[in-house]
Design a protein around this ligand. Structure first.
Ligand code: GLY
Length: 380
């Protein structure tokens, strides 16, 4: 693990994917370099910014100013905020907007926003005129450390999250850590769950560093940049080795099998943000790992303690309206997990922990064992 940044120079993390390689540029105020970087990468290209109403209020003017200064003709498509925009209707709105803006094969789509905007705009770019390039400008912590990197794009089906989509890598990611200052504490915490995930799945030293430095990460500055850069490096390395998730990339789903089911059970609503579901899911994954004698209960407690210290929910009982029908039902959660993309020939894949800093992929855990485990957790 490298030492935290002590100056304000941007850090560049390369995602090595042959002809589809790209840079992630991380630092305070790097949004102002968006136009110059795009002009250098795609001289003469026009750009269409896809964003949502909230992000537009904060950052659209800065993004447009940067593109304008670089001489890039720019149009904008503003969608409603929230998961509801990641729909067939949302996709149609963005595609029709891009066509109306005459975005052509050599032009660029710029996704300015959190995970919803990145997934939606990236998917629209993947199908528009059979594929145009796009740039990710993630404005949430979750998007900066996870969803903007690695090329997963898509929308939700009424039957489940992210069930319609494509792998489409961006040509550039601009992660401006200063834009995170406008996030609510709850949104920032939810993104932090994905940061902690990288420590848990592959870097015990980073997890220890997070335990010591979380307050500084929340405050901003060098520790925040170090956390984002370390997370992006970890993700870039895994994506470079397994772009299409035929193996190792599945490790990034630590906490997500349980987490997605909990999100679905709470109606993808404000009752549980994605990162909060991941936090509860990671503790459940750790507890399941302990039941399988893979890790000790002391490690489970250490994980739960750290996530709780930053204010994340860690147990099912922490979820708002926990006792409402649907959530407090192991069979329903099993059903929701069965819709997951991680199901292969009826077998659920779980990411388990063999230590803090070492995860493994398991497809051999009997559904009855998981159901029994969940029933006990729900009762507890
Ligand atoms: N968010 C998990 C992945 O990109 O593979």
């Amino acid at each position: 693990m490298t030492a935290p940044l002590t100056n304000s120079r941007p850090v560049t993390v390369a995602v090595s994917l042959g002809a589809r390689s790209y840079d992630i540029v991380i630092g305070r105020d790097v949004l102002s370099s968006l136009g110059a970087r795009i002009a250098a990468l795609r001289p003469g290209a026009r750009a269409a910014i896809v964003t949502d109403r909230t992000v537009a209020g904060h950052w659209l003017a800065a993004a447009e100013a940067s593109l304008g200064t670089a001489g890039i003709a720019t149009s904008r498509i503003v969608v409603g905020e929230g998961e509801g925009s990641k729909s067939y209707q949302g996709l149609a709105t963005v595609c029709e907007g891009l066509i109306a803006a005459r975005i052509e094969r050599n032009d660029l789509v710029v996704a300015l926003g959190g995970g919803v905007v990145g997934d939606l705009a990236g998917f629209a770019a993947s199908v528009l005129r059979r594929g145009v390039d796009f740039v990710q400008v993630p404005t949430s912590l979750l998007a900066q450390v996870d969803s903007s990197v690695g090329g997963k794009t898509g929308i939700n089906s009424p039957q489940g999250k992210n069930l319609v989509g494509a792998f489409h890598q961006p040509v550039l990611v601009i992660a401006d850590t200063a834009v995170l200052d406008t996030l609510s504490p709850r949104q920032f915490r939810a993104g932090y769950a994905e940061v902690a995930k990288y420590g848990l799945l592959g870097d015990a030293g980073f997890f220890g560093w997070l335990e010591a430095n979380a307050p500084e990460i929340f405050a901003g500055g060098g520790a925040r940049e170090h956390a984002v850069a370390t997370s992006c490096r970890a993700k870039a390395a895994i994506v470079a080795r397994d772009e299409r998730e035929t193996g190792e990339r599945a490790l990034l789903n630590l906490g997500h099998t349980f987490g997605h089911a909990l999100e679905a059970a709470t109606g993808f609503s404000d009752r549980l943000y994605h990162g909060e579901g991941v936090a509860v899911g990671m503790v459940l994954a750790a507890e399941l790992s302990a039941e399988l004698n893979l890790i000790g209960t002391g490690e489970v407690e250490r994980i739960a303690r750290h996530l709780a210290t930053v204010g994340l929910p860690t147990h099912l009982q922490d979820i708002a309206g926990f006792r409402q029908e649907g959530l407090a039902d192991a069979d329903r959660l099993m059903e929701l997990m069965a819709q997951d993309k991680k199901v292969k020939r009826g077998r659920l894949t779980f990411i388990v922990l063999e230590a803090i800093g070492r995860a493994a992929i398991r497809s051999d855990i009997e559904p009855a064992v998981v159901r029994d485990f969940l029933a006990r957790k729900l009762a507890g």
